[in-house]
Design a binder for this molecule. Sequence first.
Ligand code: C2O
Ligand code: CU
Ligand code: CU
Length: 489
Amino acid sequence: MTNTYHISRRKFLVLSAVSGLSLWGCKTLGLDKNSRASNVIHSQPLPIPKLLTGKEINGQRVYDLTMQQGSMVFVPGKKTMTWGYNGNILGPTMLMNKGDDVVINVTNKLGEPTTTHWHGLHLPAVMDGGPHQRIENGDTWQARFTIMNEAATFWYHPHLMGKTAEHVYHGLAGLFIVKDPQSKLALPDQYGIDDIPLIIQDKIFNADGSINYPGTRMGVKGDHFLVNGAITPIFNAPAQFVRFRILNGSNARIYNFGFSDNREFYQIGTDGGLLEKPVPLTRLILSTGERAEILVDFKGQENSHVRLVSYSKELGKINSMFTRDALDKTTIDILTINVNSSTSNPIIALPGTLATINRLNESQAVKTRSFRLNMFLASFLINGKKMDMDRIDQTINLNDIEIWKIKNNSSMAHPFHVHDIQFLILTRNGSLPPENERGWKDVVLVKQNETVRFIAHFGEFADPDTPYMFHCHILEHEDAGMMGQFVVV
Ligand code: C2O
Ligand code: CU
Ligand code: CU
């Protein structure tokens, strides 16, 4: 016993010495066989996606996005071919105000068709960027809409039928930050300083640097963790309240975020808006497609270090035995935070209240719709059906308030996402959702044997000819057919 302990402890010390010597090298243990890269570049400064504020033209804000091929270096001395919006990987953060009339020109220079979907935004179906709004190679698609959502963090990504997973995995994704000019809340809002986007994704790299996309239908999980397109980077935080806008932009992995010192943090926002008040947490489960805004207090902690990690092993049965990989049984390092000095005007107090949520009442609902999530052999289904672009699954009357009841009959958890609307979770297996889920949402993780009920208002946009999507946001499941279509009429 003692001997074994000694050996592994020595191994550990040697390994830390090696990685301490160079910021470049990291031998990941265990998983690497065949042609997987074991040596990757990590611990670089956290990249902050550029802000795209648009140009004001005739009262509209005009934004240009180009989907293009690029390259990055993740494996020393090797090139990784990637895809990005206006750059090599990911895309700029589009900044918009509630009430803005926006025009987004999306040009496709990938060499193959795709789409770009505005995840979480309430807009006309033809502007949604789903599977029906294909952009052929060389074409530009113009989306025009008014920002009706609350101040929150949204995102954009490809949504081509059968190809979403691959296109996102190769690097196409970016954030929207919607601000509310009416809001007088004192929250950290200096982008890149105390208001930090964190796009969290996992990928596999081959030894030659190329991206390894195995296409596993159960969901592709990587063994390297990228934040804003860099592998386990370092963020220099000011010694004050910092707001992180976290997106789980991974294809399939669910995270259980926390800090390495188990410190408390406060969730202030969900997918589609601010919570009523900050919710203290030490763990935050975020499934694919979900966003959370959190505040972390670094006041008086100059020169200290802490890591944002995923306490994945605590997720237990949320990851089914079929989809749990070796990393899901561990604690995963995501981001190292070094605390520097504070800025000159730091936010020093936590607001007591954040937003008023106009809760929809169950008695206002005119209809309850039921959805069953199931997996049968190799099929991923909703209500026993596989996605068909030529079939409308649900027809909803404009301005109706409805309850949707999602029952998970399968052997794993599925994050259920609906386009067009933001919803409020009513119950999880009959009980109120936890406090940090009592805000506007567009993705909800439905665990095995769980029934989730939510309520939503299908307002403003009717179009009998163009559907919106609802689907599992594990991108491989969506591509395999765990998706359906609804029209609002
Ligand atoms: Cu994030 Cu239908 O998508
Ligand atoms: Cu969406
Ligand atoms: Cu799924």
